[in-house]
Ligand binder design. Structure first.
Ligand SMILES: Nc1ncnc2c1ncn2[C@@H]1O[C@H](COP(=O)(O)OP(=O)(O)O)[C@@H](O)[C@H]1O
Ligand SMILES: [Mg+2]
Length: 270
């Protein structure tokens, strides 16, 4: 009875509609609000990234800092609030692309929203939204990416492990569409486009560096233990974002990497 009264009251219905419209207006301008509804309170640097309108951004962050989380929210916001947008998620391997894509999907389902565009998942690597937007995750190889044009947001996860040829193939795509690019990674020695753009890429990049000690979720004792377990070279690179390199240690890094993930091929040393 009570519910009936409220649901049929035109004044209340109007007020509810206005409140929803207002929420959408605010959220369209501020992705941090979307993040909040998806259950994430962004760290200051994550909030800054979500609110940034930089066309080119590099995030050089410690492992576990939250770079995939924040870029998946960025991808979702773009798709939901820019109709007909195309968002590409690239990473070195199929497994990593799927992982990032899963973060986008999880954030989307945690919104439990009945007002925003709905999404259908046409494959384990592709979401299509009722507003015409698409989010597509691709493993890092040139053949898969060449077919896409009009990219609004290109996210390259673990960018320091993505081959240079792939980066060269996607650059013109972004230039033509006027889209945004976000490279996120831990460093991987003094080589490749990620290092080159970070050190010599000019002023057109917004560069963000977040080391493990700046991340509130990474425990100091745990970190100290990691240092003992993996050694200084790996530790400085993975948690303190140093472009470290000596030949011996690079090879041992490649060995560790190969042991951890058979899908990621070392970029050199083969
Ligand atoms: N702002 C945040 N608040 C709470 N948890 C977060 C936040 N950002 C990231 N996380 C969590 O921290 C962990 C690592 O995040 P992830 O994005 O995978 O890191 P990275 O890609 O930098 O290695 C995940 O469990 C993620 O859910
Ligand atoms: Mg990640």
């Amino acid at each position: 009875m009570k519910q009936n009264y409220f649901s049929q009251n035109p004044v209340l219905i109007q007020a509810a509609k206005r409140a929803i419209e207002r929420r959408l207006e605010l959220e369209a301008k501020d992705p941090v609000l979307l993040a909040g509804r998806a259950g994430i309170t962004p760290d200051p640097w994550q909030a800054d990234l979500l609110r940034s309108d930089a066309r080119q951004t590099m995030l050089m962050c410690s492992r576990q800092a939250g770079k995939s989380t924040v870029t998946s929210l960025l991808a979702l916001h773009e798709a939901l609030y820019t109709p007909d947008s195309l968002v590409l998620l690239l990473s070195p391997s199929l497994r990593q692309s799927q992982e990032l894509f899963k973060k986008v999907k999880d954030s989307h389902s945690s919104l439990k929203d009945s007002v925003l565009p709905t999404a259908s998942e046409t494959s384990s690597l592709r979401m299509e939204f009722s507003n015409g937007s698409r989010i597509i995750a691709l493993p890092g190889n040139e053949a898969t990416i060449r077919g896409f044009s009009g990219v609004d947001l290109l996210i390259m996860d673990e960018a320091s492990r993505i081959p240079d040829q792939l980066y060269q193939a996607v650059r013109p795509m972004i230039a033509v569409s006027g889209g945004r690019i976000v490279l996120l990674s831990t460093p991987f020695g003094k080589r490749g486009f990620f290092h080159a753009e970070w050190t010599e890429g000019g002023d057109n990049w917004k560069r963000v560096k977040i080391t493990a000690d700046q991340c509130p979720r990474i425990d100091k004792d745990w970190l100290e233990n990691e240092r003992r377990m993996i050694g200084d070279w790996w530790y400085l690179q993975e948690y303190f974002c140093e472009f470290v390199e000596t030949e011996d240690s690079v090879f041992s890094f490649a060995d560790i990497q190969a042991a951890l993930d058979s899908e990621i091929k070392p970029l050199f040393g083969e």
